[in-house]
Ligand binder design. Structure first.
Ligand code: AMP
Length: 670
């Protein structure tokens, strides 16, 4: 097939040729580096990738993607205007890159392992089978009127048909808009309308933690206020029938009638691949737009190098496909690399807190990628749930989504990884498309400091800005984290609102991409994320990240997790208010523990950072993706319970009521 000009076979022979010629470890690590002048170490490779980003990314794009026609311009970007374009002139198809080229070389290799909610009932899908599903679904979408440039909304839990739906859109040139299947009907309909979708794909029911959720019913409610929706495709996750109308399409039945060959659309590098909604500082969610070639290349390269992924490994990213982590590291990165990727449908505590490690043992997972919130939760249940299972397959452990405190990091490293596996704390965002700062890649044995993302990825040049917008050049500095030059994986715009994109990301520090996060650069030059800038507290004129205080509070052996917020304080400007969840077995006297924690913070950071108030709570309010909702806690502390804002993403609203009641009872007057 002439379509596949650089399949993995060609890539492998290039790789061997380079190795034979150079025999040097950098070329073995990254074959393209053989063509980069003067690069003989991994740190030199990073420097080259930043100062010669055109040469670097062009070489990787040529060798790691299959092009229908080559690109003529590596990039054409002007960050201050929010103009970001990579690999223009090139044409490719993302589904061909994720499927066809691997089907050519290894059709029976397992592409997906669907770890269903019911433990021990995993389903394996080969590359050949996934291509078959994708093509049939692509043809069905086309038959139902979906055209290049349309956007299809996908409201499904992680499962092979959800991945096939994403890839089917890519195959026919439609964009996808995956909405996390835990969102309410209202949030779903807002996203369907904003994305102007005429087709929604869903399942009859979801199954998670042993419970059924009525996803099709939620879609029925949502589409009542979406007049553009012409069809709802319904696949059957359970055997329970659901009410179907003329508008609804029995997806599996209709797919069987379709041809298993589907001509891939030739897409321009900068055509839209998907949009994904995320919350901003305002109430209205924003649809971040990612395009074809740059996103795919960046997801593939970060997947390989941050996690040390090699051919034959089983990659276990337990994030839901409804979040960017699921997009980049459960689907696109692993599949572009011809890997085997796990789709995790369950929860970390179902049927018991050993679920992750039992899955690791059974599926022989080599890289495990999860969220700090889950690690902290599991830590509470004790080591025995981990030690029960064989984890010898594990090579790398990763975390993402929020800062990981030292205690959780240590537990992950020592108990889960048996001190054998590097832990990579990966910093990135929906906006960045893929990992931007992580301890690996680096020189093979380079140090990893607990709870620090540390090193920028290839092509990433982080800078810290002071409050006046000046670049901080020295180490041991705190500032607003920006990225100084464009990289292929970054979002291109906000759907229907390029002005908001420019204002939020490009104009705050003109010429730089502003991440909205704060960071510390250590004496050694390593980066540590200190939290969202809106989570920074200014106490008596001293800035302190809530994450820094939480890290110390969490080091107390009695504390399972905590959340710190600022509140207005008559004298200091802002005071520090900490919420702490105690471990299950703890019976300490709250007054004593409170004093201990305050002393600990004074001791570990500074007196000014010590919490003015500590409220012990059973649980913290979290989003469905596990992020602590500090914004809500701040409002409770301020006594503004009528203005809690958008609660559509809260996992369990009852938690908020519990905290308000105990706050009113004990703390209101403080
Ligand atoms: P999202 O776009 O939902 O993935 O959220 C991205 C945000 O999560 C970032 O802007 C950070 O505030 C936070 N985040 C992600 N990864 C990390 C990390 N490794 N350390 C600290 N914060 C993180």
């Amino acid at each position: 097939m002439s379509l596949i000009s650089f399949g993995s076979r060609v890539f492998r022979s290039y790789y061997l040729h380079v190795l034979g010629r150079r025999g040097c470890s950098t070329a073995a690590f990254m074959p393209e580096s053989a063509g980069f002048d003067g690069v003989s170490s991994r740190s030199a490779l990073h420097e080259f990738s930043v100062s010669n980003s055109e040469t670097f990314w062009a070489a990787l794009a040529r060798h790691r993607l299959s092009w229908m026609s080559p690109f003529h311009t590596v990039h054409d970007c002007d960050l201050s205007r929010g103009r970001i374009r990579w690999f223009e002139g090139g044409k490719l198809n993302v589904s061909v890159n994720c499927l066809d080229r691997h089907v050519q070389t290894c059709p029976e290799k397992v592409a997906l392992i669907w770890e269903k909610d019911e433990p021990g009932s995993e389903v394996k899908v080969t590359y050949r089978q996934l291509l078959d599903m994708t093509c049939r679904l692509g043809n069905l979408l086309r038959r139902r009127g979906v055209k290049k440039g349309d956007c299809v909304t996908i409201y499904m839990p992680p499962c092979p048909l959800a991945v096939a739906s994403m890839l089917a859109c890519a195959r026919i040139g439609a964009a996808h808009n995956v909405v996390f299947a835990g969102f309410s009907a209202e949030s779903l309909s807002e996203r369907i309308r904003d994305a102007q979708s005429s087709i929604v794909i869903t399942v009859n029911q979801g199954v998670r933690g042993g419970k059924l959720t009525q996803l099709k019913k939620t879609v029925d409610t949502a589409v009542q206020s979406c007049p553009n929706v012409r069809h709802v495709f319904v696949s059957m996750r359970t055997e329970n029938p659901v009410a179907m109308t003329e508008r609804d399409v029995d997806m599996e039945e209709e797919m069987l009638k379709e041809d298993a060959v589907c001509e891939p659309a030739a897409m321009d590098s900068e055509d839209v691949l998907f949009m994904l909604y995320t919350s901003g500082s305002t109430g209205k969610p924003k649809g971040l737009v990612h395009t074809q070639a740059g996103y795919l290349l960046y997801a593939a390269v970060t997947h390989r190098y941050v996690f040390g992924y090699s051919d034959g490994d089983v990659f276990g990213c337990v994030a839901d496909i409804g979040w960017i982590t699921g997009h980049s590291y459960a689907v696109y990165g692993p599949l572009a690399n011809g890997g085997t990727t796990v789709l995790f449908e369950s929860t970390p505590v179902y049927p018991d807190p050993g679920r992750y490690w039992e899955t690791v043992q059974r599926l022989k997972i080599n890289q495990f990628y999860g969220a700090p919130t889950a690690i902290r939760l599991l830590l509470k249940y004790g080591d025995q749930w981990v030690q029960k299972y064989d984890r010898s397959s594990l090579k790398t452990l990763g975390t993402v989504g929020e800062p990981i405190n030292t205690e959780a990091w240590q537990w992950y490293y020592s108990v889960v990884g048996g001190e054998r596996c590097p832990v990579v704390d990966t910093w990135w965002q929906t906006e960045t498309g893929g990992i931007c700062i992580a301890p690996r890649p680096s020189e093979p044995d380079a140090e990893i400091i607990p709870g620090m993302a540390m090193r920028p990825f290839f092509g990433i040049k982080p800078v810290l800005m002071d409050t006046k917008g000046k670049v901080l050049t020295s180490n041991d500095a705190n500032g607003a984290l920006c990225i100084a030059q464009p990289w292929p994986g970054m979002a291109r715009t906000i759907h229907n609102d390029h002005e908001r994109f420019k204002e939020t990301y490009c104009q705050q520090y003109p010429g730089y991409f502003s991440t909205g996060d704060g960071a510390h650069r250590s004496k050694e030059g390593y980066y540590q994320i200190t939290g969202r800038l809106d989570d920074v507290i200014n106490v008596s004129g001293h800035r302190i990240g809530t994450a820094e205080i939480e890290d110390v509070v969490n080091q107390c052996p009695d504390v399972a997790e905590s959340a710190v917020v600022g509140y207005s304080h008559d004298i200091k400007g802002e005071g520090v208010y900490a919420f702490a969840v105690l471990k299950k077995s703890v019976e300490a006297e709250e007054g004593v523990l409170s004093k201990q924690l305050k002393d600990l913070v004074s001791q570990k950071i500074a007196k000014y950072a010590s919490p003015d108030c500590i409220q012990f709570v059973e649980r913290l309010p979290k989003t469905r993706s596990g992020k602590i909702m500090r914004r809500v806690l701040r409002k409770i502390v301020e006594g503004d319970t009528n203005g809690l804002g958008d609660l559509s993403t809260v996992d369990d609203p009852a938690v908020i009521q519990e905290i308000i009641q105990s706050h009113n009872k004990h703390f209101r007057k403080q």
